[in-house]
Design a protein around this ligand. Structure first.
Ligand code: SF4
Length: 482
């Protein structure tokens, strides 16, 4: 039976599709399209009606579509080190014009099918059909895919009009993240990390386009100093000036206020959605929360996004009333997932969790997109509170708060090779909050975008260990309660 999709999820899918489609149309009409880091104050660009795309989301989508590795390798071939964040490598390869494409036979115009791809062929009784010659399962031809190769959009554009040009254009993978328009300007805010600064400088240099930069200093204290607020506010003013020069338009205060209202409404609804994971059992799978993060990033300043998140919040309220959940198995254990998921390996991440009844009911990364504020100074302070830009005291406090509120039995930490700032301080962070909370924690090595850095066997063992420790804790607690 086909999975029913709730009105909120459908509305969010449409919002994101529309943002990508509008950017493609804008580009075709010769209008400006920008690329922005995910925690740049989107309200500024909204005030100028600019079409803006988000390379981090794009990279996550490319990785989830299994093209992360080939794009990372394309960046490495351009000279970028393989230790650089996988999102940055994918984005830099894309900015340089590299595209994951289906391999073509130019003579026939057909795609060249990879014989190892596809699912096993099953007979009418659902049994796998074995090839008598090889003794191995036969592949279902309907599910087989062409080889993936790297093509170059600039080479394609330079071809004379004709058959080859059309075929190579059409061979570029058709999903939206591989069809994102090239940038005319970039908006960068380093509240996420400092890799972002170099990544965007490189895009600006490669594409010869303006870079609008907002520098947010790392917060060594829990409170954001007034001098930092003044420093950042002055950069908002400079960014507005640069946007005025870029667009030839005056800053529209009304549009800015409208975007701020939308962004606040989206954030408030998003935070409510995150809070629904506090219910026991949770009305949704934590993996759904991961997926919706992309929606917050892509469109949080738009009315449609605020409306769609309101709908999603209502869907979850309904789930609570009806005792239903998007989690496809009974919830036995609840964990906090620390870090960004391994997008190319989502099914592998999910499998042992499902087998052991583990739901992710807390994610530090998700509420970090809930920027709520009432005025400009509060807006600046809100943008200072990103996971990698706050001190360890604040980080421990956030994690302990969310673990308690969302009633977790354990913690699963992704030591993400791509994300050095996050993984670097995690060992100490993990030591502190698990000691305070008295809950078990297991770490595994992986990568958000480059599948070469994920070891499934290690992950399975770590999840198994965590489940055993959570079980032992439960038994101990039940004994104490008797
Ligand atoms: S925060 Fe981590 S994942 Fe995000 S861009 Fe920086 S290094 Fe990459």
């Amino acid at each position: 039976m086909a999975k029913t999709v709730s009105p909120g999820v459908l509305a969010l899918r449409k919002v994101v599709e529309d943002v990508y489609a509008d950017a493609r149309t804008a580009k075709a009409e010769g209008k400006l399209v920008g690329w922005s880091s995910s925690k740049f104050p989107c309200e500024l660009a909204e005030a100028f009606d600019l079409n803006v795309m988000y390379p981090e989301n794009q990279a996550a989508g490319i990785a989830a579509n299994r093209d992360g590795e080939i794009m990372c390798k394309a960046a490495e071939d351009l000279g970028f080190d393989n230790d650089i964040c996988g999102y940055a490598r994918i984005s830099l390869a894309y900015a340089a014009g590299k595209r994951a494409s289906r391999k073509l036979d130019l003579e026939t115009g057909e795609y060249v099918i990879d014989p190892t791809s596809g699912k096993p062929l099953k007979d009418e009784n659902g049994n796998v059909v074995i090839d008598p010659e090889t003794g191995k399962p036969k592949k279902d031809p309907k599910t087989m895919q062409p080889y993936t190769v790297i093509d170059d959009i600039h080479e394609i554009e330079a071809l004379p009009e004709g058959r080859e040009k059309e075929l190579r254009k059409a061979a570029i993978k058709p999903y939206r993240q591989m069809q994102m328009p090239q940038p005319d300007f970039v908006l960068c805010c380093n509240n996420i990390c400092n890799c972002m600064t170099k990544w965007y400088e490189n895009i600006a240099r490669m594409c010869n386009i303006p870079l609008i930069m907002i520098d947010i200093p790392y917060n060594n204290t829990v409170e954001v100093a007034d001098t930092n607020v003044a420093y950042i506010r002055s950069q908002f003013d400079a960014a507005i000036k640069q946007l005025e020069e870029l667009t030839g338009k005056k800053f529209d205060e009304k549009k800015f206020e409208h975007a701020c209202a939308n962004a606040n409404r989206t954030a408030q609804n998003w935070l409510k959605v995150c809070d629904y994971l506090q219910y026991k059992p949770a009305p949704m799978s934590g993996f759904d929360l991961f997926n919706h993060m992309a929606d917050v990033v892509t469109a949080r300043g738009k009315t449609e996004a605020a409306d769609a998140f309101e709908l999603l919040e209502q869907d979850l309220e309904e789930n609570i009333k009806n005792g239903t959940s998007t989690l496809p198995f009974p919830e036995q254990y609840r964990v906090m997932f620390e870090g960004i998921p391994c997008w190319p390996k989502l099914p592998n991440l999910f499998k042992p969790l499902k087998e052991n009844g583990v739901n992710v009911t807390a994610v530090v990364y998700a509420p970090a997109f809930g920027f709520v504020y009432n005025n400009m100074d509060e807006m600046v302070r809100a943008y200072c509170k990103a996971p990698n830009s706050v001190c360890i005291e604040q980080g421990v406090d956030w994690r302990e708060g969310i673990c308690k509120a969302n009633k977790v039995d354990g913690v699963l930490v992704h030591y993400n090779r791509s994300c050095k700032p996050w993984s670097g301080y995690m060992a100490e962070m993990q030591r502190r909050f698990t000691a305070d909370l008295g809950i078990p924690c297991a770490g595994f090595d992986g990568d958000q975008a480059d599948p070469r850095n994920f070891n499934e066997a290690q992950y399975m063992t770590r999840v198994q260990g965590l489940v055993e420790a959570m079980e032992a804790n439960k038994t101990l607690k039940e004994g104490e309660d008797k």
